[in-house]
Every structure is written in structure tokens, then in C-alpha cells.
Design a protein around this ligand. Structure first.
Ligand SMILES: Nc1ncnc2c1ncn2[C@@H]1O[C@H](COP(=O)(O)OP(=O)(O)OP(=O)(O)O)[C@@H](O)[C@H]1O
Ligand SMILES: [Mg+2]
Length: 512
């Protein structure tokens, strides 16, 4: 029998509306990579938050290396050599790599001064041990997301972690970075570390894990040796039905030019050029996908089109109307819908209910408002319909948004934006964090909009998504469109290279 590193037994955790963990038993062997998967709201993050001492279970026990423990807070977890890499990194941008890693655990010289040299040496040792180099003196704000994630991993190892929990670590990485992360995790495994890996990407489960635990609606529905299962089986265990992986696209039926962007320029928050001389068009019935590593101008580009950031030069036309530097409200009234990438900041108000969030941006208009009075019947019907159509869970319109799982919050935004019958839909990372069943659903919705003759601007770091939905793919790098590709004649590898600034021999895949 393999040695058991962690055992969670009969863990139950209730929230007011749901049993997030319902007698969950979860066993992880020492030195394995264990994938934890399940539909949105299944209870994965809750289970890991209990392990890390962020939540307390209502009942159940936890054993680490066979010993019963009581994890009252994260400090106890850290002392038990449990480390967690959160999905939203917790690093301090103006500090250096080394400063971030030792934060709260600074090595001291003569018990007084911080021993920076020692810290830097330790950081170098740890990174070399994992087979990569990292500059301990680089500032966090100047390094890529992929490298920041390595800093988070080193930070956890610096604290002596033997069990590493990673909650959806690949959501923000490029394909190359994902491969590099996997190499790091495999090397940690070789060193005897135990890794728990939450993901919605089933190919990652296949590539990386030794075993997989599947959750649905708060319960564990199966534990498998990865080699004895396949993506189809895991997907249907997760969502309780068969999931279609290949989406069928109807032939292109292009209409008028809906969006035209001409020589657009805009500055970043720091006042540096972020969007550089960008020109493109999207026609009715077309999906233009933007592929790019985060931080290459796509965020600013969307902000300029939606009126959230001024254009420093250039023009934006919606049909024949010049909408450059219009206010966000008038742009929305012109029927541009926007699924924002940073949903925590822009898409939702977490202290409002689901029903309120479903009318955000339209709350002052008919049918939700009649002059000064809100029409609650309309608001409630609207909410109940969308909750049903989009399978938002828990299915309670009066629930506060902040108590929904990450994926269900995302569904609220997508539902609201698609409902408004937009002329142009801007979808930034529309399925990030969604489970396979919900991705299938949202993809179908986006394609329906296309087939209804809407113009769609899709921004995604998920190249599979870009390739399967787009009619044309623009690759953006350092604020410029470096290439426009035909999805039928390119692949993840080529796009991945272009996205990171490597100039490949331009293949014939290039379209006008
Ligand atoms: N603080 C909270 N208050 C109330 N309900 C909560 C809270 N945190 C989670 N829940 C509920 O518990 C359930 C499980 O949520 P959890 O975040 O663990 O899901 P998950 O499996 O991580 O989903 P996702 O894939 O969407 O991240 C959900 O129904 C969620 O609405
Ligand atoms: Mg989660």
C-alpha cells in the first residue's frame, strides 16, 4: 500500500443555501500528483480552504501523515507543511522576488537585521533545484504571470511545504508556461512532494496526474487512477451527462462591417504606450479572436472600445457611427455588450444579489425601471429565467453574489451580457474558470450570436477556445497585432510562439 500523506474523512461544510462539502472523504498518497476536479460549485475550493485552515468544517476529521490534526488557521497549516498557491496571486508588486518570498519569515542577522543575502541564496537554491532560474532581485511588477506563479511556488517551498495545493494554476498561463509548470511539478514529485491540483482542463488531468478525485454537488463521485480513465468519462462523472467536445460551426455568413478600429493608440495606467497603431474590422456574423499573453495591450484595447479608457489617437466606428471616446453608458446603449476579463473588479458587485447583478448596467431602463420606480416583477422574472437558462447555482435570485463559486459568478455575467441582444459582443476570457459543461454551453451561446449575425470580439488566453470559436485570429504582442491567422491553417504551437514574441517563419497560414 502506498503511504498516505493526507486523509480528509467525512468532511461536511454547510453554507446557508448549500452543503458545499457533504461527507467528503479525500485521500492523497505521499509523492503523488492528485487532480481534484468537478463542476462549478462542486466544493473543491471549499475543501481546500478547510485543509488550509481558511474555513472550519462542521464535522469530519483531517489526518496528516496518519496523525489527526486540527487546522484552526493557515499558520497551523503552514506548520504542518501544507502550502497553497492561490489562483489570484498574493504577491506585493513593488517588492522584489526575494522580498516577497521571505515576507513574514525573514531570516535575521544577529536576530535584528534582515539577512537579504541569505534569502537571495536560498531563493536561488530552491529555483535551481526545480530546474529553472529566477532573478531574486527582479521586482514582481516587472515579471510575467508565469514567473510570478513560480515565485508563489518557491514561497510555499521556502516555508517548507511537503503538500502543495494549487487551485486552477493554469488558467492564466500560455501553453509553453503550462508545460514548464508541469515540468516543475514533476520534478517536485520526484523530490517526494505531494501535489493537489485543481483544474477544469481534463487534458491536464491526463498529462499530469497519477490519480483523480471527481466531485459533484458537494460529494465525491469517484476516485480513479488516471491511466484507467479518460476525458469523456471524467467529464460525464463531473456533470452527470455526456459532454460534446467538438463544437460544430456553421459556415461563415458575413454581413456589414460592425466594428472598425483605425490606427488606435492608448496609454497604460503607467502612461506608457499600451495599444500601438491597432487597426482591424469585424463583420456581422464573424468572430475575431485575439490571442495574446495577458498584459500585451488586449485589456487596454477592450477598455478603449468600451469607453473605459481614452484613446490617445485613432478612431473606433460602430457601423457608421464614430464612437471614439464615448462614455461607457452611451456605448452600452449603442448595444455593445462586454464580458469583462476582470470580473471581480468590473463585472459584478459582490454584495448585491444575483438578481441585481443580472440587471447591472440596464437597471435604469425599461423594463426594469419605469421612471423612478423599479419594476420588481420584471427584475425577478428576468433573474429566474436567466438562472434557469444558464444553470446558475444555487438557483436563488436573492442570494448574494459573493457566496457563489467562481464559475457561477462568471455565468451571471455571461447571462446578463448575452441577454441584451448586443450588436457587438466583446467577450474577454468568457469561460475562464468554467467547468466543461458550462464551457460547452457558453461556446454554444457565443456561436448562436454569431449565427444570428452579431459581430464578436473574443479575447482569450485559452488557445483551444480561440481556435475552436474564431473565424480569424489576431495575435497581439506588446500592444501590436503581429499577425492575423486562419484558424484552419494554424495551431496552438504557432500561436503560442507568436504570442511570446518569437517570430516564426511566417507560414502560409497568414490571411490578408
Ligand atoms: N463563503 C461562502 N458563503 C456561502 N456559500 C458559499 C461560500 N463559499 C462557497 N459557497 C458555496 O459553496 C459551494 C461550493 O463552492 P466552491 O467555491 O467550493 O466550489 P468550486 O468547486 O471551487 O467551484 P468553481 O469550479 O466554480 O471554483 C457553492 O455552491 C458556493 O456557492
Ligand atoms: Mg473554486
Amino acid at each position: 500500500m502506498p503511504e498516505i500523506a493526507l486523509e480528509m474523512k467525512n468532511i461536511t461544510k454547510r453554507f446557508p443555501l448549500v452543503v458545499a462539502n457533504d461527507k467528503v472523504s479525500f485521500t492523497v498518497y505521499k509523492g503523488e500528483i492528485h487532480a481534484l476536479v468537478g463542476e462549478n460549485g462542486a466544493g473543491k475550493s471549499t475543501l481546500m480552504s478547510i485543509l488550509y485552515g481558511l474555513y472550519q468544517a462542521d464535522s469530519g476529521q483531517i489526518f496528516i501523515n496518519g496523525k489527526k490534526v486540527n487546522i484552526a488557521n493557515p499558520n497551523v497549516a503552514i506548520n504542518l507543511k501544507i502550502g497553497m498557491v492561490h489562483q489570484h496571486f498574493m504577491l506585493v508588486p513593488p517588492l522584489t522576488v526575494a522580498e516577497n518570498i521571505i515576507l513574514g519569515m525573514e531570516p535575521k542577522k544577529n536576530n535584528i537585521f534582515i539577512d537579504m543575502e541569505k534569502a537571495i541564496k536560498r531563493v536561488e537554491e530552491l529555483s535551481e533545484n526545480m530546474g529553472f532560474k529566477i532573478d531574486p532581485k527582479a521586482k514582481i511588477e516587472n515579471i510575467s504571470v508565469g514567473i510570478q506563479q513560480r515565485v508563489e511556488i518557491i514561497k510555499v517551498l521556502y516555508r517548507g511545504a511537503e503538500i502543495l495545493v494549487m487551485d486552477e494554476p493554469t488558467a492564466v498561463l500560455t501553453p509553453q508556461e503550462v508545460e514548464e509548470l508541469f515540468e516543475i511539478l514533476r520534478s517536485l514529485k520526484k523530490q517526494g512532494k505531494t501535489i493537489i491540483f485543481i483544474t477544469h482542463k481534463l487534458n491536464e488531468v491526463k498529462d499530469l496526474s497519477d490519480r483523480v478525485t471527481v466531485m459533484r454537488r458537494g460529494k465525491v463521485v469517484g476516485v480513479k487512477n488516471t491511466k484507467d480513465t479518460n476525458q469523456e468519462e471524467i467529464a460525464s462523472m463531473m456533470v452527470g451527462r455526456k459532454v460534446i467536445f467538438e463544437i460544430e460551426k456553421k459556415p461563415l455568413n458575413l454581413g456589414k462591417t460592425a466594428l472598425k478600429v483605425e490606427k488606435l493608440e492608448a496609454l497604460s495606467n503607467k502612461g506608457l504606450p499600451a495599444v500601438k497603431n491597432i487597426s482591424f474590422e469585424i463583420k456581422e456574423g464573424e468572430i475575431l479572436g485575439f490571442a495574446g499573453v495577458e498584459g500585451n495591450g488586449q485589456t487596454e484595447l477592450v477598455e478603449v472600445i468600451t469607453g473605459l479608457r481614452p484613446a490617445s489617437s485613432g478612431k473606433i466606428f460602430l457601423y457608421d457611427k464614430d464612437i471614439t471616446n464615448y462614455s461607457p453608458r452611451s456605448i452600452r446603449e449603442d448595444k455593445i455588450a462586454h464580458i469583462p476579463e476582470d470580473r471581480r473588479q468590473r463585472g459584478i458587485i459582490s454584495n448585491y444579489t444575483v438578481a441585481e447583478n443580472l440587471i447591472l448596467g440596464n437597471h435604469y431602463r425599461s423594463p426594469f425601471s419605469k421612471g423612478f420606480v423599479l419594476n420588481f416583477t420584471a427584475i425577478n422574472n428576468h433573474a429566474n429565467n436567466l438562472i434557469k437558462d444558464f444553470d446558475i447555482r444555487p438557483s436563488d435570485k436573492d442570494n448574494l453574489l459573493k457566496s457563489l463559486s467562481g464559475g457561477n459568478q462568471q455565468k451571471v455575467i455571461v447571462a446578463r451580457e448575452l441577454y441584451g441582444e448586443p450588436k457587438l459582443l466583446i467577450a474577454a476570457q468568457p469561460t475562464r474558470g468554467l467547468d466543461v459543461g458550462s464551457i460547452e454551453f457558453v461556446h454554444q451561446q457565443i456561436l448562436n450570436e454569431r449565427d444570428k449575425g452579431k459581430a464578436i470580439l473574443l479575447i482569450s488566453a485559452d488557445l483551444e477556445e480561440i481556435l475552436s470559436l474564431s473565424d480569424r485570429i489576431a495575435v497581439i504582442y506588446e500592444g501590436e497585432i503581429v499577425d492575423v491567422l486562419d484558424p484552419k491553417k494554424t495551431d496552438e504551437k504557432e500561436i503560442g510562439l507568436l504570442m511570446t514574441g518569437s517570430t516564426t517563419n511566417k507560414k502560409l497560414s497568414k490571411v490578408k
